[in-house]
Every structure is written in C-alpha cells, then in structure tokens.
Design a binder for this molecule. Structure first.
Ligand code: TTP
Ligand code: MG
Length: 346
C-alpha cells in the first residue's frame, strides 16, 4: 500500500526575517517585532524575534517590557502586517504550484499532502525543492518536516528549526515521539499536563505504557485518539479549502464487526443522515469519501469524485456502498468505525 506522506512547512522567525531581509543593516543584530517598548514601559507583547534575540530569552507573546529588559539594544519594530501578507501570498503560491492538496494554517505555515508522490525519498526531494525555491525567489529561509501524518510532520519541523529539514518515517514515528514532553502532544495543554505529571506521567513514552481503558479514564472521549497519537498515529486530513466545507457523519460499533447486514445498515443510515443535511443546506457535492477504521485502529479512506455535481441521496448511497464494499473485500479485519462524507461542495 502507498504510504501517507505529509510535509509541514513553516517560515523561520517570519515577521522578523522579512524585516531583516528588507533592511540589510539589521543583519546580525537582535530584532524584535511587536508592541512599542517605550524604554521598558510599553504595554503589549512580542509578535516574534529573530534567533539572535531569542538567545536573550525573548520569544513570541512575551510582554514587550520584559523583552526590553532582556535586551535593550535590540532593534524593536512595529509589525507591518500588510507587507507580511504580501510575502506570505508569494510563498504559498510556491507551495501550491506543485499541485498537491495544501492546508494553510497561518501566514507562514502549511501542510501539504504529498502521498501521491509515492515515496518518502521523493517527498524529501520535493520539500528541498520548495525550500530552495522560496530562498531563491524570496530570499527567506523556512524549515520543513516530512512525516506519515500531520502531527509527526509538524513535530519533525520543530526539531529542524531554523533552516532545516527532518524526515520521520512511519516505522520510526512511535520511537520519535517517545522521549517528548507530554505537552508536545496536540490535545495536552498546560493544565492537563500538570495533572498528568502528578501521576508520574512526564514524557510520551510514559503514556505509551498505558492501556486503552486507562487512556479513556484519563482523557474521556478523547482517550482513543490520544492512545493513537502517543504512538505517532494521527488520521486527521490535510484540509484544503474545498474539504473544509464538507458534510460527514460517522458511527463507532459497540463491538467490532464483520457482519455485512449490520455494516450495510449503518452505512445506509449514515448516507441518509448526510443526504438530509445536504438537502437542508441546499448544496451539491462532487466527492464522496468513506472512512473505515478496523480493529487495531488501522484507518483507511476511499474517495470517489463524480464527473458532475450531485445532490441526491440515491447517488450518495450507491457510491458510498461501492466504496464500502471495496474495504470489506480488501481487508478481512473486523470493522470498528465507518464514516461517510461529501466534499467539493457548491
Ligand atoms: P511562528 O511560525 O510560530 O513563529 P516564527 O515564524 O516567528 O518563528 P519560528 O517558526 O522560526 O519558530 O509564527 C509565525 C508568525 O506569526 C510570527 O513571525 C509572528 C506571528 N506570531 C505572533 O504575532 N504572535 C505569536 O504569539 C506567534 C506565535 C506568532
Ligand atoms: Mg514560523
């Protein structure tokens, strides 16, 4: 089976780097973009700082008065958002022109689903090409992470900062996240982390030792997802603008099943719920996706894009059933969850 391959690309010290590029006299000096410091009496916070200023302990969201105390000789600049948007558009154009699905997270950060490229080696080459093109066209550096899913790609990227590239293969994902502080897991904030630490759970490896039941006790409804995440598994999609506007429903079976009658009945029900919502919102859809999670959390999706837009429940049910059947014949494990989704809406 073709591996899933995601690239996470993030510009280095973005606002400050644009300022540095446009004012060569700043090169080699600490730069802080943010609120006016007013010689240490200013209110407001740091937007970002270049890596030289970071050596003094300055970082995003730090009160500007503290930043001033840490490094009064830094160059303090107000943000020029219009300019950063302009630069961001040019960068995203480079990222998008390779024609893979792109999810832009902020001005300087995006996920690219490059699974169709086939191998991690090719994905790495593409990531380097994007990096090089951004440097040549915009004279700006960025960092790239390549991984089997969004979470791993993003963490890999943070490891390679600045101006770096890091690839983590699927087989290495679990070991890669093991030594991380639990707070690095998406979904574990400061508060949760602090109560987990009281239980002696400090790094992701500690959470990897817990049973699914224990994870459910600790994380409630999110327990199943967290059980996967601490193993380096993350099934969330790269959501392009089209896919954000999707309508979907899923169902988890009480007990994993291969009973065709039960599976078909649930799929029918999901199609009719999605079909109803399609009707209510008055949209038409072009892509139908069926998600199937098997015992052991292995999750697969299959999609069909129609030649023309459709609205009818009948079309949806027929196509979803065909996709579902492909799952059932190609994988003999019991099914834990199925989902039906329509996207590419108009
Ligand atoms: P980030 O990508 O988080 O930070 P960065 O690009 O400055 O540095 P690096 O990625 O190398 O660690 O954010 C992108 C931009 O968003 C950043 O340049 C400024 C802005 N920003 C804020 O204004 N406030 C914030 O708290 C953060 C985190 C970012
Ligand atoms: Mg950045």
């Amino acid at each position: 089976m073709r591996p899933r391959i995601i690239i996470h690309i993030d510009m280095d010290y973005f606002f400050a780097q644009v300022e540095e590029r446009d004012n060569p006299r700043f090169k080699g000096k600490p730069i802080v973009v943010g609120a006016e410091p007013q010689e240490g009496h200013g209110r407001g916070v740091v937007s970002t700082a270049n890596y030289i200023a970071r050596k003094y302990g300055i970082h995003s969201a730090l009160p500007i008065s503290q930043a001033y105390k840490l490094c009064p000789q830094a160059i303090f600049l107000p943000p020029d958002i219009e300019r950063y948007v302009e630069v961001s558009n040019k960068i995203m154009e480079i990222v998008r022109k390779h024609a893979f699905p792109v999810e832009q997270l902020s001005l300087d950060e995006a996920y690219v689903d490059v699974s169709s490229i086939g191998t991690f080696a090719k994905a790495e080459k593409l990531a380097l090409d994007m990096k090089e093109e951004i440097l040549q066209n915009e004279q700006l550096t960025c960092t790239v992470g390549v991984g089997p899913n969004k979470m791993i790609a993003k963490i890999a990227c943070s490891f390679a900062k600045p101006d770096g590239l890091k690839v983590v293969l699927e087989k290495d994902a679990k070991a890669f996240v093991g030594p991380l502080d639990i707070e690095r897991m998406p979904g574990i904030g400061e508060k949760t982390a602090s109560s987990l630490r009281k239980l002696g759970l400090r790094i992701v490896f500690d959470l990897q030792q817990l049973s699914l039941e224990r994870m459910k006790e600790l994380f409630g409804n999110g327990g199943e997802d967290m059980y996967q995440r601490v193993r380096g598994i993350d099934d969330t999609f790269v959501q392009t603008e089209h896919e954000v506007k999707s309508i979907g429903k899923d169902h988890t079976f009480q007990v994993d099943t291969r009973d065709p009658e039960q599976i078909v009945a649930v799929c029918n029900e999901l199609c009719s719920q999605v079909g109803e919502e399609v009707e209510n919102t008055g949209v038409a859809f072009k892509t139908i996706t069926v998600v199937c999670r098997f015992s052991g959390f292995e999750t697969h999706t299959k999609s069909k894009t129609l030649a023309t837009y459709a609205r009818s429940k009948g079309v949806l049910t027929r196509e979803a059933m065909k996709l579902l059947l492909q799952f059932i014949v190609s994988n003999l494990k019991p099914i834990r969850l199925i989902g039906v989704r329509v996207s590419h809406l108009s």
